[in-house]
Design a protein around this ligand. Structure first.
Ligand code: HEC
Length: 113
């Protein structure tokens, strides 16, 4: 890279950093943007978690979440991603990435903390 031999190396590196930030904000075509947790929740998880369907812990129901939050967060994530008892794998969202499911879980937890 020309930066290495450029006498204005620092300025060049700064420009490179700005460029990197801009491409990150614009969303690189190769990386799919992660949908925010509240959006994933609203699209995929409300059907069971708003009503407590099949024993699903309801959104904002502190009592239902207390014991679950006491678990290691990785366990909660794993249950949401891989499924757990009546909780289906990825809450039936086959197009959701692990990070999107985690974001949805974080959103649910944030509502009871
Ligand atoms: C078809 C119904 C259904 C859908 C859709 C669903 N869930 Fe669940 N979920 C459940 C049920 C039932 C449980 C309770 C399982 C148990 O502990 O018996 C549960 C439990 C959970 C738990 C607690 C796991 C634990 O370790 O205690 C999390 C977190 C969770 N769901 C996240 C999600 C997310 C995120 C989505 C959307 C992407 C989602 N769920 C969609 C039914 C559903």
């Amino acid at each position: 890279m020309t930066c290495l031999i450029n006498p204005f190396r620092h300025a060049c590196l700064a420009a490179a950093a700005v460029f990197a930030t801009c491409t990150a904000l614009a969303g690189e075509p190769t990386t799919k943007p992660i949908r925010p947790g509240d959006e994933v929740y609203a699209a995929k998880c409300t059907s069971c978690h708003d009503l407590g369907m099949g024993g699903a812990p309801k959104l904002s129901d502190k009592a239902a979440w207390t014991a679950r939050i006491a678990q290691d967060k990785d366990v909660i994530y794993r249950h949401a991603i891989k499924g757990y008892k009546s909780m289906p794998t990825r809450g039936t969202c086959s197009t959701c990435s692990d990070d999107e499911i985690k974001a949805a879980v974080d959103y649910m937890i944030s509502r009871v903390q």
